[in-house]
Unconditional design. Structure first.
Length: 293
C-alpha cells in the first residue's frame, strides 16, 4: 500500500478578520514610522554638542528600523493569505519600490511627469492654505480646489511604483490576473487615501505644506500629524483588503460554507469590509480633536 500524502497547500488562503485587522494596522503604521524616520533623520545636532557622533549614529539606528520593520511585518501578514510568498523577496521588492518613490521625491525639481505631479500636490495645498487664511474653506470650496491634476499625478506615481509588489503577489498566487488585481487595488487605495490625507491637512491647520518631519513642532501638533498619517494608512490597508476579500471569497466559501454571517466570505462580512474605510476615515479627526490643547 502506498503511503498517503497530504495535498499541497493552496496558493491562496481565505482572508479572515484577524488577518484583516493585522493588515490594516500594519498599513497604518507604515506612514507613521516613515514620519518618525524622517524626524530622526531631520534632527539637527549642534556641532559643539557633546558626543555628537554617538548621537548621530543613534538617530540613524532609530531611523533605519523605523523604515524597514513595517515592510517585514507586512510580508509576514501577507504570507497568511499567500503561503508561497517569500518574505525575503517581498521585503527586497518593496524596498526597491520605496527607493524608486524616494528617488522621484528627491529629484522632483527635474522637469518631467513626476516633477509635475509633485507640483500639482503643492498647488493643491497652497490653494487650500489661501482659502483657510481667508476663512472660506467650506465644503464647496474644497470641492473647487484643483483636485484633478493632483489625482492624476497620484495615480501615475502609484502606477510607476506599485508593479514590483504587485508582480510578487501575482507570482505567489499563481494566477495571471492577480498581478493586475493587486496593481489596481494599490492604485485605487492610494488615490483614496491620498485624498483623505489632503483633507486632513486642510482641516487640521498644518504648520507647513506637506512637512513630513516633526522637528520643532509642539507635542500636540505632532500627535495630530501622526493620527492623520495613521488614518490615511489604515484607509489604504482597508481598501486593498477589499480586493483580497473578493478574490478569496470562493475558496473560503468552499472551506466553510456555513460560517458565521459576518465571516469575510459571507455577504455580511463583505458588506462590513466595504463600509470599513468610512469609519476609519473618521477616527483620525476624532483623535486629532482629543489631543488638541
Amino acid at each position: 500500500m502506498n503511503p498517503t500524502t497530504e495535498p499541497a497547500p493552496s496558493r491562496v488562503q481565505p482572508m479572515t478578520w484577524p488577518t484583516w485587522f493585522a493588515w490594516v494596522i500594519v498599513s497604518a503604521l507604515i506612514p507613521v514610522f516613515t514620519v518618525l524616520s524622517a524626524t530622526a533623520m531631520g534632527k539637527e545636532v549642534s556641532r559643539s554638542a557633546e558626543h555628537r557622533t554617538l548621537i548621530l549614529n543613534g538617530l540613524l539606528a532609530a531611523a533605519v528600523p523605523a523604515t524597514l520593520a513595517p515592510l517585514l511585518v507586512q510580508g509576514i501578514v501577507l504570507k497568511r493569505v499567500l503561503p508561497r510568498l517569500s518574505i525575503t523577496v517581498w521585503f527586497l521588492g518593496t524596498l526597491l519600490s520605496y527607493a524608486l518613490w524616494l528617488g522621484t521625491a528627491l529629484h522632483a525639481s527635474i522637469r518631467g511627469p513626476l516633477a509635475i505631479g509633485f507640483e500639482a500636490e503643492f498647488r493643491l495645498q497652497r490653494a487650500a492654505v489661501i482659502e483657510r487664511i481667508h476663512h472660506t474653506l467650506t465644503v464647496s470650496r474644497i470641492l473647487d480646489l484643483p483636485w484633478g491634476s493632483f489625482l492624476v499625478s497620484t495615480i501615475v506615481i502609484s502606477v510607476l511604483t506599485s508593479p514590483i509588489p504587485a508582480c510578487l503577489l501575482g507570482v505567489a498566487s499563481g494566477r495571471r490576473r492577480t498581478t493586475l488585481t493587486f496593481l489596481g487595488a494599490s492604485v485605487v487605495a492610494t488615490a483614496v487615501s491620498a485624498t483623505v490625507a489632503q483633507i486632513y491637512h486642510m482641516t487640521n491647520d498644518p504648520p507647513s505644506l506637506e512637512q513630513w518631519a516633526l522637528n520643532g513642532q509642539p507635542w500636540s501638533r505632532r500627535l495630530q500629524v501622526l493620527a492623520g498619517r495613521f488614518g490615511a494608512g489604515a484607509i489604504w490597508g482597508a481598501i486593498t483588503a477589499i480586493f483580497v476579500v473578493l478574490m478569496t471569497r470562493d475558496p473560503a466559501d468552499a472551506a466553510a460554507p456555513r460560517d458565521h454571517v459576518l465571516a469575510l466570505h459571507r455577504t455580511g462580512g463583505i458588506a462590513a469590509a466595504l463600509i470599513a474605510p468610512v469609519p476609519l476615515a473618521m477616527l483620525a479627526p476624532l483623535a486629532c480633536y482629543f489631543v488638541r490643547p
